[in-house]
Design a protein around this ligand. Structure first.
Ligand SMILES: O=P(O)(O)OC[C@H]1O[C@](O)(CO)[C@@H](O)[C@@H]1O
Length: 564
């Protein structure tokens, strides 16, 4: 059977299954037993998805026919599966253990990875111990990470996920880690607000070292260094003195060693990585491990790498989707998207420390799989991936859950932890705060799946005119991921699960998940606006001679020039 015939089979199966309400499927204990999976203390509960064991059998056939297992093998072995850029996709090598071997272009990249990790370990230890100091001999207690997209989102996610973990609190002491991503000057002002220049280190994170926003922010920070030092009576009299200042207070993580050097950062302050690391997968490289090791210590972040490696091994060894967490996540995602034609998914961590997880997954998933052509460049006759959104629970419950329960059908992904990083037990309260939070984690999937019938409302004596308003149709799919606690190891596992889900979904859709040509056009068009602004520095009336804007954009630009 062809791939499309297998999809058609699944559609038939889904049509048959749609005759049974999810509340009735859930009443089947035998079915439920087959839909709960566990790996290394992570539980993946698929009982609240609109599936049965038979669905998984049919999905297994799709996985085999779509070359998912080959795709995974090629990725892990360093084949150049990013075909439009001629690159391997080897973020898994960034968390490979010392002594492992992954060869691409004739080189065992794991050796290079560990050399860089060793440099990061030394450098971060030296900053943390105060051995490496600022220009005036002060300890570098503040780090500002300058970077955008993959060079920012994942690092902020990990920082937020760990910063309340008691061990992380002890390790961070009075260190500050801040982020400067947006070229909006408000972001610069917030990132540097209240920082003592003598105690501040900037890390320029940019794979290409050409991203317009990051480079302007890096120049703005360099200028801030010079000006702030001037205010303290330390004046740079020539380029060499500026270079010396920059070298005390700036370092970089990049693949572009030529431009980092042109910027004035000396080689020992540059932490390289490789073109086979996609931006949205780069937290495992110096981009993430350097700032996070300065904040929490290298040995702590090593556990994050180990968590991801655990999931890598779990996936690499898979011979069936059953029991394999990333494969199951991907195939259920594919089922909801391509078979059930649902076009969004809500990611709902019941953990405030995961407040930046969804913004990262949005880039990871939507930049990877928001595509319109297959690997051969042919236009697809199906949609790939969905709008990913979400908020930590229970906050989201007081915001957009109304839609989830009574509006459009959106598959939900609940992420929870058995233990809180910061438990609160109040005398006289019937449950702890964490139990209160988790009461919602456990109840929402049932509310979505089972709903509330008119009969139930009648039994509750709800007035007839309100019955339809208070009716919950249910039959809404969700999955739950339950971890024991959020720490560096499980944060690594969680992120690797989602990374692999995205890659596997890409294999199922026969697309290249590792390029992002769609972000280019807007960047190119911004160039002509930039030139227009350059020509209007001291003008309050717009002159469009020689430009190619349409009349609508001209009208808006005129207003801007008039009021700027
Ligand atoms: O790390 P760089 O090269 O500055 O790129 C930043 C981000 O910009 C993008 O290219 C999108 O514009 C992302 O893929 C990347 O993570």
């Amino acid at each position: 059977m062809s791939r499309k015939e297998l999809w058609a089979n699944l559609q038939k199966h889904d049509a048959e299954l749609s005759k049974t309400h999810l509340r009735d499927l859930l009443a089947d204990k035998e079915r439920n037993k087959h839909l709960i999976f566990e790996h290394d203390n992570i539980v993946l509960d698929l009982t609240h998805e609109k599936i049965t064991d038979q669905t998984l059998n049919l999905l297994e056939e799709v996985a085999v026919k779509s070359g998912v297992y080959e795709g995974v093998k090629k990725m892990f072995s360093g084949e150049k599966i990013n075909t439009t850029e001629g690159r391997a996709v080897l973020h898994v090598a960034l968390r490979a253990q010392k002594g492992e071997k992954i060869v691409t272009d004739g080189k065992n990249v794991v050796e290079e990875v560990h050399e860089t990790l060793h440099r990061i370990e030394n450098f971060s230890n030296q900053i943390r111990s105060g051995h490496l100091k600022g220009k005036t001999g002060r300890t570098l207690k503040n780090v500002v990470v300058i970077g955008i997209g993959g060079s920012y989102l994942s690092i902020e996610f990990v920082y937020e996920a760990l910063r309340s973990h008691p061990e992380a609190v002890a390790r961070a002491q009075d260190r500050k880690l801040r982020f400067l991503a947006n070229v909006d000057p408000i972001d610069f002002s917030r990132a540097t607000e209240g920082l003592c220049v003598e105690e501040t280190l900037f890390i320029i994170n940019s794979k290409t070292f050409t991203t317009a926003e990051t480079m302007l922010n890096a120049r703005t920070c360099r200028n801030w260094l010079i000006e702030q030092y001037k205010l303290k009576g330390v004046v740079c009299k020539n380029e060499d003195e500026i270079k010396d200042l920059v070298n005390h207070h700036m370092c970089a993580a990049s693949t572009n060693l030529t431009d980092t050097s042109k910027f004035g950062i000396s080689a020992e302050k540059v932490f390289g990585f490789w073109d086979w690391v996609g931006g949205r997968y780069s937290v495992w490289s110096a981009v993430g491990i350097l700032p996070l090791s300065i904040q929490f210590g290298y040995d702590y972040m090593d556990r994050f790498l180990k968590g991801a490696h655990n999931i890598d091994t779990h996936l690499a060894k898979a011979t069936s989707i059953k029991g394999n967490l990333p494969l199951l996540l991907a195939l259920v995602g594919f089922y909801n998207t391509s078979i059930k034609n649902l076009n969004a998914r809500a990611i709902l961590p019941y953990c405030q420390a995961l407040c930046k997880f969804v913004p990262h997954v949005q880039q990871l998933d939507m930049e990877s799989n928001g595509k319109r052509v297959n690997l051969a460049g042919q236009t697809l006759d199906y949609e790939c991936t969905v709008v990913n959104f979400g908020e930590p629970g229970t906050n989201g419950q007081h915001s957009f859950y109304q839609l989830l329960h009574q509006g459009r059908i959106v598959p939900c992904e609940f992420i929870g932890f058995c233990r809180s990083q910061r438990p609160v037990v109040l005398a006289g309260e019937p449950v702890t705060s964490h139990e209160e939070l988790m009461s919602n984690f456990f109840s929402q999937p049932d509310a979505l799946a089972c709903g509330k019938t008119i009969e139930e409302l009648k039994a509750e004596k709800v007035p007839e005119n309100l019955q339809n308003h208070k009716y919950f149709p249910g039959d809404r799919p969700s999955l739950s991921l339950l971890f024991t606690e959020l720490n560096p190891y499980t944060a690594g596992q969680l992120l690797a699960l989602y990374e692999h889900r995205t890659a596997i979904e890409g294999f199922l859709w026969d697309i290249n998940s590792f390029d992002q040509w769609g972000v280019e056009l807007g960047k190119v068009l911004a160039k002509q606006v930039r030139t227009f602004f350059q020509n209007h520095q001291d003008k309050s009336t717009a002159d469009f001679s020689g430009t190619k804007f349409n009349s609508a954009t001209e009208a808006l630009l005129s207003k801007f020039v008039q009021h700027k």
